[in-house]
Design a protein. Sequence first.
Length: 106
Amino acid sequence: MTFTDENVKEIIATGKPVVIDFWATWCGPCMRMAPVVEELAEEFKDTVAVGKYNIEEENDLTTEYRIMSIPTILFFKDGKQIPELRLAGAQPKAALKAQIEKLLAL
């Protein structure tokens, strides 16, 4: 899923769990994370909206959530960010999956 400034607020507002990977094409760690994010998006497609937000093309959320480094992954549920689940830097699949499972347990 691709998140944009036009669609992301509506998706978050549904209350469904949402995972957003902030990335850019010039970011090596972001590119290494891309297959992991895609695998987890497929794995959780029925329960969580998992996708990517390109900071080069979009910037509303980058400013709103003070994204200072990428990749950064934010987690939302019931229309609100869950700050304690925020991840920064490249993550192994198991770590990201564990955070998604925590999000679902909330």
